[in-house]
Design a protein around this ligand. Structure first.
Ligand SMILES: Cc1cc2nc3c(=O)[nH]c(=O)nc-3n(C[C@H](O)[C@H](O)[C@H](O)COP(=O)(O)OP(=O)(O)OC[C@H]3O[C@@H](n4cnc5c(N)ncnc54)[C@H](O)[C@@H]3O)c2cc1C
Length: 390
């Protein structure tokens, strides 16, 4: 495992830092605010995405042949880490940029690539992900939304849920059953659905954080042209696996965790909780875990640098950071004592309620992108060779 950076990589780090210095206004930085309250800052996130696009950063890791910079996995990690360190905000079209655009490059037709990719990256078109359904989450292949051929088009009926950003999205990349007689994994199609049509209704779901970041999508006779079907009608599962391959964490999260632990230690000192033996132990443990996570990130990076695709260890990474963050946020509300029980927006909430908000948000982290139980199943079966659970 290689723990150092080459002089070229350090030069690249300076380039990213200089660009951030010149382009990320101070007021946009998320320093000390902890979790990002997506639902409140859509204009800022759209604008930030535009700046990153114009700066050429959103195609950093893409091959030069498709207009990318061909950056190595290490350079991409450096970029992510510097963004996190600078407290850069998120981008509005995160799901389109990180998941859909590279999937279209891999599986899309020329028309789909030409029509969508640049608009996704620039933020002109915002996509949400319509995979989960009320009875199909971990068991995604159990999805029931139907896509039928009628009058030369696909007509979709069904319901999606937990779709992040559905209420401000222009389109959705969505899975629907094209053949109910086929085996569950084989009769699924991958569609690009226009959200601004009469057959699509979005209802926001209120979350315990107070926000409404995601929503339900009701499809009743929603229409999709053939040109917006990605791959063949039964290719949806295979294409969804490509999408999941782009969902991964890394050094950016390590930088964020380290920063959060430092901020938590400062809070503990300020509130006198640093002298409490249990709190001291928990904060020190959080620092160790953040460091272990950095080492895991570096190990994954070394693998990627040698051309190895992430295997089941991606499950260990996801499991580790999500469970670790839950513990960290719980420690933080403990440091706040009784104030930790206040709702984030209450008068008297410490540091704008960031830790309560973070604690509530962290409950979602062990659910999305594969729940902790599902990750443990993968590790048990594929790493430890244990038999499939019943
Ligand atoms: C913040 C957030 C954002 C999301 N954004 C999106 C989005 O944009 N688009 C989208 O399509 N979806 C999205 N999701 C949905 C997410 O993908 C699902 O919540 C996830 O797949 C789990 O599915 P489920 O909620 O139906 O729970 P279920 O699958 O019903 O699981 C319920 C519980 O049972 C456990 N469980 C299930 N199966 C097994 C098993 N075989 N062995 C052991 N335990 C098991 C689970 O771990 C969990 O604890 C989002 C979720 C969250 C929390």
């Amino acid at each position: 495992m290689d723990l150092g950076f080459t002089p070229e990589e350090e030069t690249f780090r300076q380039e990213v830092q200089a660009w951030l210095q010149a382009n990320l206004p101070k007021a946009w930085r998320q320093d000390g605010k902890g979790g990002y309250r997506d639902e409140e800052d859509t204009d800022l996130q759209r604008e930030w995405q535009r700046k990153l696009y114009e700066g050429g950063w959103l195609k950093l890791g893409w091959p030069k042949e498709v207009g990318g910079r061909g950056a190595t996995p290490v350079m991409q990690a450096i970029y992510q880490e510097e963004m996190a360190r600078a407290g850069a905000p998120g981008i509005l079209g995160r799901l389109g940029v990180t998941l859909l655009a590279p999937t279209l490059v891999a599986h899309g037709t020329d028309w789909q690539k030409e029509t969508y990719v640049e608009k996704i990256l620039s933020g002109e078109l915002i996509f949400c992900q319509g995979f989960s359904e009320p009875n199909a989450g971990s068991d995604l292949a159990g999805l029931r939304t139907r896509a039928e051929r009628r009058d030369g088009k696909w007509v979709l009926d069904g319901q999606k849920t937990w779709s992040s950003g559905a209420h401000y999205s222009d389109k959705s990349f969505l899975l629907a059953r094209t053949d109910s007689a086929a085996e569950p994994h084989k009769g699924i199609g991958f569609f690009l659905v226009d959200m601004h049509q009469p057959g699509v209704e979005v209802r926001r779901i209120k979350q315990m954080t107070g926000g409404g970041e995601f929503g339900e999508i009701f499809l009743s006779g929603a229409e999709v042209e053939d040109r917006d079907l990605v791959g063949q009608p039964g290719d949806g599962w295979k294409i969804a696996m490509t999408v999941f391959g782009f969902e991964r964490g890394g050094l950016a999260q390590a930088a964020r965790f380290e920063q959060a632990v430092d901020e938590l230690a400062a809070l503990a000192r300020a509130r006198g909780a640093g002298a409490d033996p249990t709190m001291r132990q928990r904060i020190a443990q959080a620092r160790i875990e953040a460091h272990v996570f950095r080492l895991i990130g570096l190990r994954n990076l070394t693998r990627a640098q040698h051309g190895n695709a992430p295997g089941p260890e991606a499950s260990m990474t996801k499991l580790f950071w999500s469970e670790m963050d839950k513990r960290l946020q719980e420690t933080a509300v403990g440091v706040e004592g009784m104030y930790g029980a206040l709702a984030p927006d209450s008068d008297g909430a410490i540091e704008d309620g960031r830790w309560q908000y973070g604690w509530m948000w962290s409950q979602a982290e062990t659910i999305y992108a594969g729940s902790s139980e599902i990750q443990r199943n993968i590790i048990a079966e594929r790493v430890l060779g244990l038999p499939r659970g019943r």
